[in-house]
Every structure is written in structure tokens, then in C-alpha cells.
Design a protein around this ligand. Sequence first.
Ligand code: PLP
Length: 439
Amino acid sequence: MLTNNLYDINEHNHLTIGGVDALELAQNFGTPLIVYDVARIKQQLQAFQTAFAQQNIDYAVSYASKAFAAIAMYQVVNQAGAHIDVVSGGELYTALQAGFPMDKVSFHGNNKTPAELLLAVKQHVGVIILDNFYEIELLNQILQENQTKIKVMLRITPGVTAHTHQYDQTGQEDSKFGFDVRSRQATRALKMVLANSRMDLIGIHAHIGSQILEVEGFELEVQALMQIIKDWSQQYDYQPQVLNLGGGFGIRYTAQDQIIEPGVFVKAIVQAVKRSASKYQLSIPAIWIEPGRSIVGAAGYSLYTIGSRKDVPGLQSYVNVDGGMGDNIRPALYQADYEAILARNPQAAAVETVHLAGRYCESGDILIDQQKLPASHPGDIVAVLATGAYGYSMASNYNRVPRPAVVFAEAGQSQLVIKRETYADLVSHDCFYQQKGGN
Ligand SMILES: *Cc1c(COP(=O)(O)O)cnc(C)c1O
């Protein structure tokens, strides 16, 4: 089997995923189809974990499951010994169904509902990341009514935000998440929580952005947070056990993206923490990170069948596939870039540049605006690479198109992990309207 960094092929020159021929996968499960190379998911989790272990520091790698949440995914994460982040009752429920240990769950969100907080308390989730004053009140009430305690962290906005390749060190205050530091909201929250005997404040949390491809943003984040810890240690005699630095580690979507290995990120982070700790004479906290995209992104492939095409003389042609914004809204939502290959021969020479377009009724439903393709025909299977994060998890039933199936492939075997929706599924929540008056 020939291998390059982005994908593997077999002796027929076909794309393989987890050792399984992609044409076979399309044949057996239909398209559109999301396929994960499970070994790549495990490798990424392990790369982060190993890097921390080598730095000789307490840590947790908490998979941000909003990138792709499913029972099978929670099983894989659990097997790797990692933690998870959840951001809704639905994700929490799915993790429960998967048998995921609740003490390794961090519950996030800027507007958790009373019912969600109650579920989290009843299930004894590991930690609730407090986001705002209303939530502190709500949680306090729930803890009192249930006569129980829970671990919490404070999510703060330290004044560092990553905008892809730049770091904004002032503009964070208008974020919808977390307690603002500069206006002293964070300090007020700290005092409230320290005074609350039902809340055990184990740490502080920040998340500076996503698809970050430099270590600098994390170093700035560490410096900002360690300075806050120094202030809190001096003024309130409080030092967190855990410093949670969030996620945002970037992946390769196209050849333009220069990736940074998990180990490089981790080393830079740990060293920045150690530098600041020694500068301010603080003890070294456990470091938690919350990678989502970097765990599942590159492991995921979207397989589509090519159907119609539109050629207009002098203009770039449209090659249309049987999926699109319903299973991957990222290109339409934020001009995300992807690359695609023909599954029957990924290395065939390109003969044209086309718009790889989706089937949905929106002009913006273009999966890839400029895709080089070899000669292609209706019925050919095209694979969009690195669609594993925020693809299926953002899928919708727009145009009443059933959501695709999801398959896990590993060691030459494939297994359905989310069934394809049927038309019956689509109407299963519809109710007939009992018409009032008239006919
Ligand atoms: C979304 C999110 C993450 C994961 O971000 P990635 O870019 O997918 O790594 C981690 N932490 C928090 C709080 C988030 O909201």
C-alpha cells in the first residue's frame, strides 16, 4: 500500500480509508458517506497525551466533542483514556449512552439551561465550566435543592484572541463567552465561587480560537492567564489546580496549510507555563487542553457520487455531487477550503478546474470553489478530504435531504456507526394538523 501524508491508496490505485477501498465503501453503504479512519483519531489523541507525558506534568486531553459526537466516537475516546467536553444535554446524553465515565466530562456553554445543569449535576459530571453570573446563580440553586457539591472552573476572557494567523490582545472583551478580566467580572466571579461551599473551584479556563497554526497564540494565552493567577494568588490566596487552555489546534485542509504537530504545541505550552510559574513563583498547575478539530478533522472523508455537470463556454464548469451544505456547511458558512480527489485514481493528472457543487437549493452550496480534477463521469466517487470536524456534527435536513451514514474504518474493516436517515425518519417527528374551520 502506497502512502502519502494526506491519503492512502491500494494496488488498484483506489483511495483507501482505514485500509478499506473507498469504492467498496461507497458501494456497500451508499453516498454521501462520511468515513473515519479510526487509527488516525487514536493517533492524534495519543500524540497529545504522549507529548504531555514526556513533559512530566499533570494533564488531561479533553476531546471537544462538538467537532463530531456519536456513541462510537465517545467509545474510542474513552478507550484512549481521554476526557471529553460536552456543550449540551444532547451531547451529555449521548456520552451517557456510550458508557463514558462522567467524571471525565467537562460541561461547557454560554447558556446552559436549568434542565441541562440539573442533568449534569444528577449525573455527577467531572466539572462544569461556569460562563456567567446567571449560571452561577442557577447552579447554586440546583446544588442546594439537590444537597450536593460539584467541581467547577471559571471560563475567562484573558484578552487574547486568535483570528486565524493574528492575535488580538484587546478585542476579546466583546466575546459572548466567559467572564471578562479587564472589567473585573472575573474577579467578582472568583469571589462568589470561592465563597460558595457547594462549588469546588478546581481551575480556570480560556479558549482563544480555532484552526490555529502557530504556537504563539497559546504562549500569549499562557502568559495572560499566569499573570491573572499571580494576581489572584496575591489578592485572594487562590491558585488553581488546573489551567485549562481550551482547543483550537489547526489541521491541514489544503496543501497551503502548514501544520504543527501536537507534540510541538504541547511542548511550547508546557514550557510557557513553567517559565511563568518560575517567574511569578507559582506552583505548576495541571494543564488541560480541549482539541476537537485536530482529533477528528483529518481522519474524516466525505464520499460523494458525481451526477450532473454544467458547462458554460468561457466559464468554469460546475461538477455536481449528491451532497453538499446539508452534510458540510463549512464552505457556505465561512468559506472554508477543502481539497477533493477521485477515489478511483487520486493520483490521475488533472485536466480541468471546476466548481465542485452541492445538490442543495442555494447558490452558495459550493463545496470547493476551485477544484482540479482528472476527467470525471457521472457515477464517479469523489472524496473530500479532512471533513471529519464540524461536518456531520453541523449537518441539517435542509431540502428534506436525509443526513448521510457515518462509517468507521480500521485495519481493513468497516462498520456503520450512524445509520443513514430515511424518508420515514424525516417525517417521524411531523404531526398532522387538525384543521380548524372551513375545509
Ligand atoms: C470549540 C471548542 C473547543 C474545540 O475547538 P477546536 O478548534 O475544534 O479544537 C475547545 N474548547 C472550547 C471551549 C470550545 O468552545
